[in-house]
Design a protein around this ligand. Structure first.
Ligand code: ADP
Length: 864
């Protein structure tokens, strides 16, 4: 967040002299001193003084000035019609924006128009459609900490645009991080005692009143907004997180009353009911965001799974991927439904077609509930409800329990649909205060007013013919303009024939315009009927909107069922079109035949499928092979197949038997950033620490190169110790890709470990080519030389390399023998003090220059 602007000093100095309008601005700035106030003046939102400079700089709009009796103030404004994109710029620059609207009709104001802050826009509390991605949630998170000894945290997430509201509690800071990574909120508020570093770096931390996290205040918020909601929560920290979030949502809606009614349900979840995918795993498995490779955008897993038809489905799919299940029965229930839809093209495509016409019910009903929906929104709701019977119809023969249950939950809300249809016109205008939005038949008084209006207009329509006949002027015309209203126009040559009772209104070059007392009377009648009808429509519309808002929970339940159906149909489509099979979930080991990487296979014309067998015989596999041979693709593929299965999807393989994994850990990528030096090594080690601490025998651990950020010997030592620990103690499913050839011997020596490898290169026409086929056993130590040969390095050099390699290997063996005798007795050995120096150096803590100095010093001593 940018530093708060506060009220302008220049104005503070002469507060009492300010004009009423500027005084109003100043007061609002004072009240919302942690936000940038946008102040409505007619069709613009204006900012003054420092705020004006910020708006001008950030939104690239002109900085002007306003002058009044008290002085000159810098001013910058943005048009209200396109305010959303400017507000987005301000949010991006780190400001909170308090929107102060005119809340009084300027015509009715005696002095300065009343203004009030109607919302405070923050990154996590957006409701403007233009700023929200349709298929994505936009969460704000709250974290509350325990004051007592036992560390405990309550974590809650709220999407104010959809009403999604979930909460949990966890025991330690790293689990808080995991849950925050899971929901990827746009913004977070933290209670007292909660360290800021629980929040991932891309999330804005917003300051908020500590008092909102107080148990009592939070509890009150909950009972006020969610009847019975507080009882559903398991602990005090959850109550405090949820209550504070509601307080924040209230703050964000500004002074507007009663508009959190759409927050009808709060779902409590237990992280243990879901596979844990922490921030590191999410990123390295590219579940939601592709990593850009050499600047080119890749594809994320969620994208290859997304055949959803509507925004509701896309958000639900993301949620399932965020929280794969660990309950085998729940997984099977989803798989049954997907299986049934995979078999029936008709049901699957029928569903998809119907769901394409479904509007974003969650955001629609939120707008309805907040009193922000227009007539078009209600028609969109109607159009969606209209589809529901057809959606049910496509599921008429559904047999799986899940589909049958969803079918029963598809309530077409006939009452709501009929109410909207009887009230709201079919293609209403966007503006709701100017009439023409309701059907006259909806209300007796409205019908009468519109009838009066129509009769008047009909009378005027027939007036032209009547007056022509009466006056004998064939060119006589009846017209209307905004300033003078209705008139009768007669061209100059015919002015003699104008009757007595015509009253002159306007003289034009070639004609004169007249009114008659009767025309005037009729016109007034039409005008007052229209004005009253328009006002009445607005009132009635608000009534209808409130009535619909009263059914918010039913609409949300329907949205929930539609969202789930959309995801199930999407998963079935992917399965059918990309040759996925139903996995068997709940076995002891991982047994996959012909597995494929769901994302990589889409971008390659021929992907080579590979098997995986990890279980009691061998739960840990060391994978060797040259760069680019397919090691990391293979490891990720094994993880992704499990993630897919546990979210209820079929998997890209010929067959798959899978255990229920509690968590996937990844430690990937050190080889790409060795240049990062010590800090990278620290990151690597802290990731490893997490793995060694938290992995269980039901976890899958992917290690892609370990210990490269330090000297070879201690890197290798660490790698070996980790391998042994994972094998002996943790017993997690482990895939370990490495360049440390020595690790293959370690794997050979362990009872439940095995070696796998990707073979060295064959010469393709354009240089190196791999067959990407995984095989048992370790890669040969000389694959580097093989790759060199395949890449076209001259034969003489390759031959020389082989000789040198053989030499080196022989020497290594000699060295081992020497070490086994006593090195100190050798004449070539280092002097004792030099060896001591060597033993004491801390390589991981040294800069290359320091290392050089030590080396030079040692050399000096040898030369002595
Ligand atoms: P490594 O980890 O061994 O360096 P990668 O897994 O990054 O290798 O794979 C390198 C490239 O090889 C990938 O970008 C991909 O295009 C291709 N590749 C990997 N696995 C396969 C496969 N099974 N079938 C076809 N191409 C593959």
């Amino acid at each position: 967040m940018e530093s708060a602007l506060g009220p302008p000093e220049k104005m503070a100095a002469r507060r009492s002299e300010l004009t009423p309008m500027m005084g109003q601005y100043f007061d609002l700035c004072e009240e919302y001193d942690d936000a940038l106030v946008l102040f409505q003046v007619g069709d613009f939102y204006e900012a003054f003084c420092e705020a004006a400079e910020a708006v001008s700089r950030t939104c690239e709009v002109a900085l002007t000035a306003r002058e009044d009796s008290t002085g000159e103030y810098p001013m910058a404004g943005v048009p209200i019609d396109s305010a959303a994109s400017y507000i987005e710029d301000l949010l991006d620059a780190g400001y909170r924006v308090a929107v102060a609207d005119q809340v009084q009709d300027p015509d009715e104001a005696s002095g300065v128009v009343d203004r009030a802050v109607t919302r405070v826009v923050t990154p996590g509390t957006l409701t403007e459609d233009e700023l929200l991605a349709p298929g994505e949630n936009n969460f704000v998170a709250a974290v509350a900490g325990e004051t007592g000894k036992a560390s405990q945290f309550g974590v809650a997430f709220l999407d104010v645009s959809t009403g999604d509201f979930v909460a949990t509690s966890v025991r330690d800071v790293s689990s808080v991080r995991d849950e925050l990574a899971r929901f990827a909120p746009a913004e977070a508020i933290l209670g007292p005692l909660v360290p800021a570093d629980v929040v991932p770096s891309d999330v804005t931390i917003s300051p908020f009143d500590d008092g909102a996290f107080d148990s009592e205040a939070a509890g009150e918020q909950l009972t006020r907004h969610l009847r019975g909601g507080a009882q559903a929560l398991a602990s005090d920290v959850e109550v405090r997180a949820c209550g504070a979030l509601l307080g924040y949502a209230e703050y964000a809606r500004g002074g507007a009353e009663g508009d959190l009614d759409y927050l009808t349900h709060l779902t409590r979840y237990d992280p243990r009911d879901h596979m844990i995918l922490d921030e590191v795993a999410r990123e390295s498995l590219e579940l939601f965001e592709p990593r850009s490779v050499h600047g080119a955008e890749g594809t994320a897993l969620v994208d290859v799974l997304d055949e959803t038809a509507c925004a509701l489905g896309r958000r639900r799919l993301t949620d399932w991927l965020r929280r794969p299940l660990v309950d085998a029965a729940a997984i099977e229930a989803r798989l049954d439904a997907v299986a049934e839809l995979t078999e029936s093209v008709v049901a699957r495509e029928g569903l998809h077609d119907e769901l394409k016409g479904v509007y974003d019910l969650e955001r629609l009903i939120t707008r309805v509930s907040r009193g922000r929906a227009d007539a078009r929104d209600l028609r969109s709701l109607h159009a969606t409800l209209d589809r529901v019977p057809d959606v049910r119809e496509t599921l008429a023969d559904a047999e799986s329990e899940r589909l049958a249950e969803l079918r029963e939950r598809l309530d077409p809300l006939d009452d709501v649909r009929d109410l909207i249809d009887s009230a709201v016109r079919e293609n209403p205008p966007a503006e709701i205060t100017e009439g023409e939005i309701l059907k006259p038949s909806f209300d007796e008084e409205l019908a009468e007013l519109r009838a009066t209006e129509r009769a008047g207009k009909e009378w005027i329509d027939s007036l032209e013919a009547e007056e022509r006949e009466l006056t004998g002027i064939d060119s006589l015309k009846v017209g209307h303009n905004a300033v003078h209203g209705y008139y009768i126009e007669v061209t100059n040559p015919n002015l003699d024939a104008v009757p007595e009772h015509y009253q002159r209104r306007q003289t034009l070059k070639n004609s004169e315009r007249f009114v008659t007392p009767e025309l005037k009377e009729r016109e007034d009648e039409i005008l007052s009927a229209t004005a009253r009808a328009d006002d009445l429509e607005y009132e009635l519309f608000q009534e209808v909107r409130r009535a619909v808002a009263g059914e918010v929970a039913r609409v949300q339940a329907l949205a929930d069922a539609l969202a789930t159906l959309d995801v199930l149909a999407s998963l079935a489509t992917v399965a059918a079109e990309h040759g996925y099979v139903r996995p068997e979930v709940g076995s002891d080991g991982i047994d996959v035949e012909g597995g494929r990487h769901p994302v990589v296979e889409r971008s390659l014309s021929s992907f080579v499928p590979n098997d995986t067998h990890l279980g009691d015989n061998a739960k840990l596999a060391v994978i060797t092979g040259p760069n680019m041979s397919g090691k990391s693709t293979y490891m990720r593929q094994v993880a992704l197949v499990s993630v897919l299965a546990q979210l209820g999807s079929f998997v890209p393989a010929e067959s798959a038997e899978l255990p229920v994994l509690d968590r996937v850990f990844t430690r990937v990528g050190a080889s790409d950033d060795i240049a990062g030096g010590r800090s990278t090594f620290m990151v690597e080690m802290s990731e490893l620490a997490t793995i060694l601490r938290d992995a269980t025998e039901n976890s899958l651990v992917l290690l892609d190169e370990v210990g490269r950020g330090t000297a070879t010997t201690d890197g290798l030592a660490i790698a070996q110790a980790i391998t042994e620990h994972l094998h002996d103690e943790t017993r997690a499913f482990t895939l370990f890709a490495t360049h440390h050839h020595e690790l293959t011997e370690v794997a050979d020596s362990l009872a439940h470990a095995t070696n796998l490898h990707f073979a060295a290169a064959d010469t393709g026409e354009d240089g190196v080519e791999f067959d990407h086929r995984i095989s048992r056993g370790a890669a040969t130590a000389s694959y580097g030389v093989d790759v060199a040969r395949a890449a076209g390095v001259p034969n003489s050099v390759v031959a020389r390399s082989r000789d040198l390699l053989a030499d080196l290997e022989a020497r290594e063996e000699d060295l081992v023998e020497e070490t086994e005798t006593d090195v100190t007795e050798s004449d070539d050995s280092l002097p004792a003090d030099a060896r001591e120096t060597l033993r004491d150096v801390d390589l991981a803590a040294m800069t290359p220059l320091e290392a050089m100095n030590v080396l030079a010093d040692l050399k000096d001593r040898l030369d002595d």
